[in-house]
Design a protein around this ligand. Structure first.
Ligand code: IMP
Length: 414
């Protein structure tokens, strides 16, 4: 056992924009290499919708969308951890487990759910209806569950097992709901534990751990576009707290960024596209929320924002997703600067973003590229290379992966 770790022993993967960057497909790709013994989620809950695409034995595409479970599900040797920083909807979690079990995926001895994670209750779902109208929340009870946690009136998963029928009735607001809830608890019980021990022992024995962030850095409760944010910390700095491991465990951070920008819900969005462009891109790229099905708001790549998130989030490497989708445009605007807003010393980030005018540089489009035989940077079309160079120069992060489609083989490692 050692406390000295290698730089590469962990990798923290976070969305570098407003979520939906393609974290699921990147983490599935990384987990499939067999390099990572653990994939651990540290924040959020079923507001996330991480999509993983694969092929069945007859080469037909299958899409899995996981909301709680880490995106390492498809590699049977990868252990999966749901951290204490998450909020769990037990009914949805069990359905996720059972649906995947029907598809032949086993969770025995590989799924660990933190007994310290807080639980989303019917009252939280009800209270989130208002947030849905006001902020465009996903309506999954996330904000109210975190609010109760902070107010010390929430309930941790491990404590649910000790409640009496009367206490459960009060909590669920309905006595008839109790037997079904107890059944749910019993089904989940084999996976519940204090994950601190599981992960810390694994870490100290040299296992490689991938921390999977949900949402995107711009949705972080402390550093995002408040109040148009989620209710948890999304930044890599929260990963150790959200699974209960030493802060020394976070060293290397991979940011996932779309080649353009999208967001769902309300809030400032400086590079939001004109309706005609966003409609064309949305239809072409299928830009609808994986959790809610809502059409995503679409915008051009915003480098002032992405570079700020790289600096603030300690991102030294990027995976660029959906590059193929931009092929429908003859030229591609990229925001390289903001004008029109005098920043005062007391101005908040949100207020600033609400007032800025993006300054664009026009990049040549690359059309409908056949990426099948492209494996290196130099084989990429020159227009794409220039796009990548611009990102690397402004963000001071290396683009390590380029994804050009949802399947595992549609990833180019640069
Ligand atoms: P909540 O997390 O459901 O409270 O939603 C708060 C804000 O975060 C809303 O704008 C949501 O659309 C957004 N949000 C939450 N989770 C995700 C996600 O996984 N992807 C994209 N946006 C999200």
């Amino acid at each position: 056992m050692t406390n000295v770790i290698e730089f590469n022993q962990t990798l923290t993967v976070v969305g570098a924009q407003w979520g939906d960057e393609g974290k699921g497909r990147v983490i599935d790709y990384l987990a499939a290499t067999g390099e990572w013994q653990y994939v651990a989620r540290f924040n959020g809950g079923p507001n996330a919708g991480h999509s993983i695409h694969t092929l069945d034995s007859e080469n037909k595409p299958i899409k899995h969308v996981v909301h709680h479970l880490p995106s390492g599900i498809l590699n049977p040797n990868t252990k999966l951890v749901l951290g204490n920083g998450m909020v769990l909807d037990l009914e949805r979690l069990l359905k996720e487990i059972e649906d995947l079990e029907k598809g032949g995926i086993s969770f025995e001895n590989r799924l660990f759910v933190s007994s310290h994670a807080h639980v989303i209750l019917p009252s939280h779902l009800k209270a989130d209806e208002e947030n849905q109208k006001r902020l465009g929340s996903t309506g999954r009870g996330i904000g109210p569950a975190y609010a109760d946690k902070i107010n010390r009136s929430g309930i941790m998963l491990g404590d649910l097992y000790d409640l009496t029928t009367d206490q459960l009735t009060t909590m669920l607001g309905n006595k008839r709901a109790v037997p079904k809830f107890r059944k749910l608890l019993n089904r989940i019980e084999p996976y519940v534990r204090d994950v601190f021990w599981e992960l810390t022992n694994a870490y100290q024995s040299g296992n490689k751990i991938l921390f999977e962030g949900a949402q995107g850095l711009l949705l972080d409760i402390d550093n995002g576009t408040y109040p148009y944010v989620t209710s948890s910390n999304v930044f890599p700095s929260y990963a150790p707290l959200g699974v209960g491991i030493t802060p020394a465990a976070v060293r290397r951070v991979l940011g996932i960024a779309k080649a353009f920008t999208s967001r769902v819900g309300t809030g400032p969005f400086p590079t939001e596209m004109a309706e005609s462009d966003s409609t064309a891109l949305r239809e072409h790229a299928g830009e609808f929320g994986s959790t809610t099905g809502r059409p995503r708001r679409l915008g051009w790549l915003d480098l002032p924002l992405l570079s700020r998130m790289c600096v603030q989030g300690g991102i030294s490497e990027l995976a660029l997703t959906r590059l193929d989708s931009l092929g429908i445009f003859e030229s591609v605007p990229v925001c390289v600067n903001y004008t029109g807003m005098e920043k005062t010393h007391r101005m908040t980030f949100t207020k600033y973003l609400e007032g800025v005018t993006p300054e664009y540089t026009m990049m040549d489009g690359w059309g409908d590229v056949n990426f099948n035989n492209i494996q290196t940077y130099h084989q990429l079309p020159s227009a794409i290379r220039r796009y990548i160079d611009l990102i690397e120069n402004q963000c001071r992060a290396r683009v390590r992966y380029v994804s050009v489609g949802p399947l595992r083989h549609q990833m180019i490692e640069l």
